[in-house]
Design a protein around this ligand. Structure first.
Ligand code: IPD
Ligand code: CA
Ligand code: CA
Length: 265
């Protein structure tokens, strides 16, 4: 394993153990609303601290972009961290949440870890070296027909600006696929596409920490990741679609049909 990935895995596992301990007593947590339907707990903050402390000890000159603490300083090496992806699930004891850590070097995502402490699923990738689930190489699914595909998504739940357009797209996807899932942790949704558990995924307006690691997992597993304009600005815009290479064309065309122009450029 690449030494940088190794450190990130150590950080993700350490944070995951703390999250698991905390999940045994959710009732005692202090919960704050960052904004409407956007919760942050002391667990999110403690997890980010654990991760940054471990990474910083190994790489003191690197920068850190964490969901809870923002960007530390600027450098050619930026660690992008979602300390707890799926906080709403966590708060309901719904066991679908993860830690997500990615390294971006000179604008390119080079290392990725998504760790699900409930299933002990460790998804990792290093640019150019494939994607793994625990010690096994993973690849995207081989489904060739949209009609047979299982597609993941995220519903808008904080910002409802695009809700009606989203629902039109959702209707088309429901009709043209074998099913939709909304598990509630985008980093894991992407990891599931990488592992072939989902055949595709799309969501509007995510943040860098939701998708940086998962995006590399998907490409390293042989999948395609793009924004809704079929370009590579997904990390910047947070508008993301990914799938195995066979259903990418029909899926993006279907999703583009009902999306407003502003989301396609
Ligand atoms: C959220 C989850 C969710 C997605 C949201 C994200 P958080 O992350 O990934 O699946 O639909 O857009 O913000 O807030 O739980 O880290
Ligand atoms: Ca998140
Ligand atoms: Ca989070």
């Amino acid at each position: 394993m690449h030494p940088m990935l190794n450190i990130a895995v150590k950080a993700a596992r350490r944070a995951g153990s703390m999250i698991t301990r905390a999940s045994e007593d959710i009732g005692s947590l202090t919960i704050n609303d960052k904004s409407y339907n956007d919760f942050v707990t002391e667990v999110d903050i403690a997890s980010e601290r654990i991760i940054i402390d471990i990474l910083k000890e190994a790489y003191p000159s690197h920068s850190f972009l964490g969901e809870e603490s923002g960007l530390s300083n600027d450098s050619d090496n930026v660690w992008i961290i979602d300390p707890l992806d799926g906080t709403t699930n966590f708060l309901h004891n719904f066991p679908q949440y993860a830690v997500s850590i990615a390294l971006v070097q000179k604008g390119e995502i080079t290392q990725a870890v998504v760790y699900d402490p409930n299933r002990n699923d460790l998804f990792t990738a290093t640019k150019g070296q494939g994607a793994y689930l625990n010690d096994r190489r993973i690849r995207v699914s081989k489904k060739t027909k949209l009609k047979d595909s299982l597609i993941g998504t995220g519903f808008p739940f904080r910002d409802f600006k695009h809700l009606s357009d989203y629902l039109k797209v959702l209707e088309d996807v429901i009709i043209n696929t074998s099913g939709i899932r909304r598990p509630g942790a985008a980093a894991l949704d992407l990891a599931y596409v990488a592992a072939g558990r989902l055949d595709g995924f799309w969501e509007i307006g995510l943040s860098k920490w939701d998708i940086a690691a998962g995006g590399l997992l998907v490409t390293e597993a042989g999948g395609i990741v793009s924004d809704f304009a079929e370009k590579q600005n997904w990390l910047e815009t947070g508008n993301i679609l990914c799938s195995n290479p066979y259903i990418y064309e029909p899926l993006i065309k279907l999703i583009q049909k009902k999306l407003p122009q502003e989301l396609k450029s």
